[in-house]
Design a protein around this ligand. Structure first.
Ligand code: SF4
Ligand code: SF4
Length: 408
C-alpha cells in the first residue's frame, strides 16, 4: 500500500494516510525514503516538504484511493509539479509518478476557461490552425505588438508569457514526400506534432535533410494529429488524438516512425500499442544507428553545451545519442551542462500555466549556461528551446547544427 512520510506531520492527516489500505496497481510502493526529494525542481525552488514528490503522491492517494477531500493548498502544491519525472528515475520503488499525475488530473476534471478551450481546440484542429496562422503572422509583422503589450491586455487575459514566446509562423505546408539523396535505403514517416510545422520548421527541415542525406525517403502524413501530451497532462481526453495517430501511422508501409521533439516522443513512446512502438524511433537514435559512412561534416570551432530535456533524460533515456552524433563534427567542442538533471521549467504548457515558477527555473538554468561560456546550446525538445532562448542564450535543436555542418 501507499505509505507516506511528512517532514511536518499533522496528526489528523496522519490518521487519514495510515487508514488507506487501497492501492493503485500501476504504482509502486512509496517507502518514504525521500530519495526523490533533492532532484525535484519545485523543492529546489521552494525548499518545503509540500513541494516534494512524496507529498504530492500523498495528495494523489487521498484523491484516487481514499476519496478524501483535499484542500486548495494541497491542490496548489500538487499542480505546481512541472511533470519532469525526475522523481521516477531516483525512486527505488519505481513509482510511475507521471502516470499517477495524469490519472489524478483526469479525476479532478479541472474547469477550463474559454481561452483554454480555444487553445485545446486549435491544438486538435489542423485546418483551423492553418486558418489562424496568417492572422498571427500579420499581427507579428504589423508593429502592433508593443502597443498591445503596453495596454496590459495580455496580462488581463493571462497570456503575458504566451505572447512573449510567439515567433513568426511558417505558412506554407510541408510537402508529403521528400526523396532520399542518391540510392534509397528505406522509407520513414516523420511525426511533426501540432505546432512544429508552423513554429519549428527549421528543425523539421534539418531532420528531413539529415534523413534524406543518409538515404531515407521521408513521408509527412497530413492526417497525423497532436501526440495528446498537453491534453493528457491537463486532465483532458487525449484518446481521440492517440487513436488517430495509431490509425495513421500503423497503416503505413515504412521502416520507422520518427519523432523529433522529445516531449512528443515521450507521449508517443507510452501509447499502449506494440505495433506502433516497434517502429517508433527518436531521431537522434535513428540517425546514430543508421548513419552512412559516406556522409561527412565540415569542421566547426564552436563550443556547444548540451541541455538534456527532462523528457529525454527521465523517460526516453537516450541523451547520450546527442553527444555521439555531435562528435561526428570535426573540432566541435562539446560541454555537458552542470545540473543537467534539473528541469529548465518549460514543462510543456507549464511555462504558460505557471509562468513565475517557470521563469525562476529558467533563470537558474540560464545562469548555469552563461557560466559555461559556450557559443551555442542544443536541446532536443522544442519547448525547452523556446523557453531558454534569449538575447544572451542561443538555443537550437542539435539537428539544426548537424544539418548546417553537412558537406553536400
Ligand atoms: S523515492 Fe520513491 S519510494 Fe522514496 S519517497 Fe520518493 S516516491 Fe517514495
Ligand atoms: S515530476 Fe518533477 S516536479 Fe513533479 S514531483 Fe516529480 S520531480 Fe517534482
Amino acid at each position: 500500500m501507499f505509505d507516506f512520510m511528512d517532514l511536518d506531520f499533522n496528526e489528523n492527516e496522519s490518521e487519514l494516510a495510515v487508514s488507506s489500505a487501497l492501492y493503485i496497481p500501476e504504482a509502486g510502493e512509496c517507502m518514504r525514503c525521500g530519495q526523490c526529494v533533492s532532484g525535484c525542481p519545485t523543492f529546489r525552488l521552494f525548499q518545503i516538504d509540500e513541494e516534494t514528490p512524496r507529498r504530492r503522491i500523498r495528495t494523489i492517494s487521498k484523491i484516487l484511493i481514499e476519496h478524501l477531500p483535499v484542500s486548495e493548498n494541497e491542490l496548489t502544491h500538487l499542480n505546481n509539479c512541472v511533470q519532469c519525472r525526475a522523481c521516477e528515475i531516483s525512486c527505488p520503488s519505481q513509482m510511475r509518478y507521471g502516470e499517477l499525475f495524469d490519472q489524478v488530473q483526469a479525476t479532478l476534471q479541472k474547469p477550463v476557461n474559454h481561452l483554454g478551450k480555444l487553445a485545446f481546440h486549435f491544438i486538435e484542429n489542423k485546418k483551423q490552425r492553418a486558418w489562424l496562422m496568417p492572422f498571427l503572422k500579420g499581427y507579428l509583422k504589423s508593429g502592433l505588438q508593443k502597443p498591445f503589450q503596453s495596454s496590459g491586455i495580455f496580462e488581463k487575459l493571462g497570456l503575458a508569457n504566451a505572447e512573449g514566446l510567439l515567433s513568426e509562423p511558417t505558412l506554407k505546408p510541408l510537402a508529403e514526400n521528400y526523396p532520399a539523396t542518391g540510392v534509397s535505403r528505406g522509407n520513414v514517416a516523420l511525426f511533426t506534432g501540432c505546432i512544429a510545422e508552423s513554429f519549428d520548421r527549421k528543425t523539421l527541415l534539418a531532420a528531413i535533410k539529415l534523413l534524406n542525406t543518409n538515404g531515407y525517403n521521408v513521408q509527412i502524413q497530413k492526417k497525423q494529429s497532436c501526440c495528446g501530451a498537453i491534453h493528457q497532462h491537463n486532465g483532458q481526453f487525449a484518446s481521440h488524438l492517440i487513436e488517430n495517430n495509431l490509425s495513421v501511422f500503423n497503416s503505413l508501409v515504412v521502416d520507422a516512425v520518427i519523432h523529433v521533439a522529445t516531449g512528443c516522443g515521450t507521449m508517443l513512446s507510452e501509447y499502449e500499442n506494440e505495433e506502433f512502438k516497434l517502429r517508433l524511433f527518436d531521431i537522434n537514435d535513428f540517425l546514430l544507428a543508421n548513419w552512412s559512412d559516406d556522409v561527412r561534416f565540415s569542421s566547426s570551432n564552436l563550443k556547444v553545451a548540451i541541455h538534456e530535456p527532462c523528457s529525454q533524460r527521465n523517460v526516453l533515456k537516450n541523451q547520450k545519442s546527442v553527444s555521439a552524433l555531435l562528435q561526428k563534427i570535426p573540432n566541435l567542442t562539446i560541454e555537458t551542462l552542470t545540473d543537467n538533471q534539473i528541469c529548465c521549467g518549460s514543462g510543456g504548457s507549464y511555462m504558460l500555466t505557471h509562468p513565475e515558477n517557470a521563469a525562476c527555473l529558467r533563470d537558474l538554468k540560464q545562469h548555469i549556461i552563461q557560466n559555461a561560456h559556450v557559443d551555442l546550446v542544443v536541446s532536443s525538445n522544442f519547448g525547452c528551446v523556446i523557453h531558454l532562448n534569449s538575447d544572451k542564450t542561443k538555443v537550437v535543436h542539435p539537428l539544426v547544427l548537424l544539418a548546417n555542418q553537412l558537406v553536400s
